[in-house]
Write a protein that binds this ligand. Sequence first.
Ligand code: HEC
Ligand code: HEC
Length: 455
Amino acid sequence: MTWFATSKTPCHGTRVPPVILNTTPQRLLTLLPQTTVILLTFFVAGCGSAKIEYRPNELHAVSLHREQGDEDHAASKESSIRAAALAERWFGTADSPIWPSDLLVGAAGANEVVRMDDVERSAGPVGRGNDRIERGLYRKHCVPCHGITGDGRGLAASMLAPYPRDFRRGTFKFKSTPTGVKPTRADLVRTLHDGIPGTSMPSFAALELSKEFQNDIESLVEYVRFLSIRGEVERRLIAKHARGESQLNPDDESAIEVVRLVVANWASAETKVLPIPNPPELTPAQFEESAKRGEEWFRSELTACAKCHGPSGAGDGNSQDFDDWTKDWTLLAGIDPKKKSDWKEMKPFGALKPVIDKPRNLAWGAFHGGGNRQDLFRRLVLGIEGTPMPPIARAINGNPGLTDDEIWDLVHYVQSLSRVTSSRVTSSRVTSSRVASSKSTLDDTMRSKPEGAAE
Ligand code: HEC
Ligand code: HEC
């Protein structure tokens, strides 16, 4: 996928992929499938449309103007263009990213929030300079899904479910920090290393096998952080303009304050990781007992798990909700995501068809934030930010809710579900034989090494 991201002007001065240049007509025939895909992509990308630059966030501008009751697209265009201009002034371009150090003088930790040498290596076109170091890692690995801007609108995006993440909202799902707090570096490294099983987000662990590429994941994480900060600053600037609070002049103190705020939020995340207790050591019989108690909690009013995940965790409850990325341009803009005629109005500005964020079928077992006991405990107490999956009420610091032992019971119940075949999960009664079959889960769990240690 590298080539189309590097060819700046596909019609005039097109950089033809080497696979086509270095070949004979006979071999070209054997390469027919590849060649077709390549030519098709040129066609889809369109003549001259491949200029590689960050795309202004028009969808957000239209949504915010609609929220104000203003459907004048000229006004929303102005908001998005002004915000994009300021974002470019402070964060540079897709080929030459920069860091607004001068705005951040005196802000604690602000200049360590992203490592710019890694950002420079990840951004820009794919290729090697005189130093032989490979650059353009993001275009090489991520652009077809996440898009040049990190807006989750790569060429493949509309075909995928769930859609690739739009980093610009600054919201991440699988992390070790509470709602409203950014992910840590370790959280993002883990996402890139493990991928998100059960979605199209791949694992990049193989990079680490080669000495040459072993630091690429770390570099890419810096660029995700950069794109997210740039994109969130842009969004907040759009809001200021749309609400008439600022004309977005470069020396406007309230606009500069936006940069400081977003950067400070990333700077403080590392100190806000929620500690996860060690899991209890249990015999197989105790695990079974614990999972049975967990089943009761799962069906209780207090946790409401069954309301969304269904009485046996098969994902067949009655939740029909959307994620926050979709709500941003639908509910906020007074659009009904379930009404086609309504949401289609937003399609020209970059909206993808709204898809319900379905509660997971827990029998599937492909846990997106990790499947060991501490991962699941973390997921339950933190929820999945940006989605309908809420954090559990935890009895801590005098708050009402489940004790840690009761949360472990739920974790064990959830683990017990994924070791049975889905046909048995469709029944609404969970039989004790299912819980008995969780013995293998327990054995695995006991064997699984350092839960929590380095995570
Ligand atoms: C084939 C498509 C695809 C490719 C290639 C891809 N991703 Fe993703 N990525 C996804 C999808 C889909 C999701 C959303 C999964 C979900 O919501 O559960 C995602 C989610 C993410 C997230 C958000 C995790 C969270 O906690 O919310 C990050 C960060 C991420 N990808 C980074 C990257 C980076 C960096 C690359 C390139 C090295 C990359 N992705 C390549 C499809 C892809
Ligand atoms: C309001 C609806 C709702 C409630 C209540 C709810 N969930 Fe979820 N849950 C979801 C949704 C939606 C997802 C998938 C989110 C996503 O990945 O986009 C999910 C995902 C999960 C996952 C997958 C985590 C992973 O890492 O992949 C687990 C486990 C889970 N829920 C367990 C529970 C348990 C246990 C409870 C009760 C304490 C519960 N849920 C309550 C909606 C809900």
